[in-house]
Design a protein. Structure first.
Length: 193
């Protein structure tokens, strides 16, 4: 049976979590597993440093590939906020994506969608992405939108990046520039001209 979630603004979808686990064996080897079945993990190995480095990169890859969903519910709440049991807080705010790794344990890496209230309370967590709130639906072009006047368009920079402070190449410089005060030469005493 497949369950499909609606993308309407009122429906919440469960927060996602990915867990990468390093498991040791009696013969002094270790294996890595990921909660996502489709992930390819390295073979059983004695090189724990290489496996730990791979696990950290794998968690970062999950975090980079994931798009934070603005209508996701807090994954921490689904676990009854056990990761920050000392601090009781009501889940609220937007959704953020955290990467969590406790260096004292060193065997589990987690990537989770949690709320903004829980994120700073989760120990050893780093916020790596925030959800983009959906923009309100704009009025039709034939309907006036009141006193909104569009501002000047900023020129873009090649590569999809733009700089808010610098004009684009070939754009006229319309803003005032700060003038540097004229420098007076510093003269040492006794060396006058």
């Amino acid at each position: 049976m497949t369950t499909t979630y609606s993308e309407s603004s009122t429906d919440r979808v469960p927060g996602r979590a990915w867990t990468i686990r390093l498991t040791g064996h009696a013969d002094r080897t270790a294996t890595l597993t990921c909660s996502t079945a489709g992930c390819r993990m390295p073979a059983r190995s004695r090189d724990l440093a290489a496996l730990r480095a791979f696990a950290a990169r794998h968690a970062a890859a999950h975090a980079k590939a994931a798009t934070v969903r603005p209508h996701a519910s807090c994954r921490c709440r689904a676990d009854h906020c056990e990761t920050h049991a000392d601090f009781k807080v009501r889940c609220s705010g937007g959704v953020v994506l955290i990467v969590r790794h406790d260096p004292s344990v060193g065997q589990v890496w987690s990537v989770e969608e949690v709320c903004e209230a829980c994120a700073p309370l989760v120990p050893h967590a780093l916020v790596v992405a925030r959800s983009v709130r959906p923009r309100p639906v704009a009025a039709a072009p034939d309907q006036p939108t009141g006193a909104q006047v569009p501002g000047p368009a900023r020129p873009s920079v090649p590569g999809g990046f733009s700089s808010a402070g610098a004009p684009g190449e070939g754009a006229p410089d319309t803003g005032p520039r700060r003038r540097r005060a004229p420098r007076t030469p510093h003269r040492r005493p006794g060396h006058e001209r």
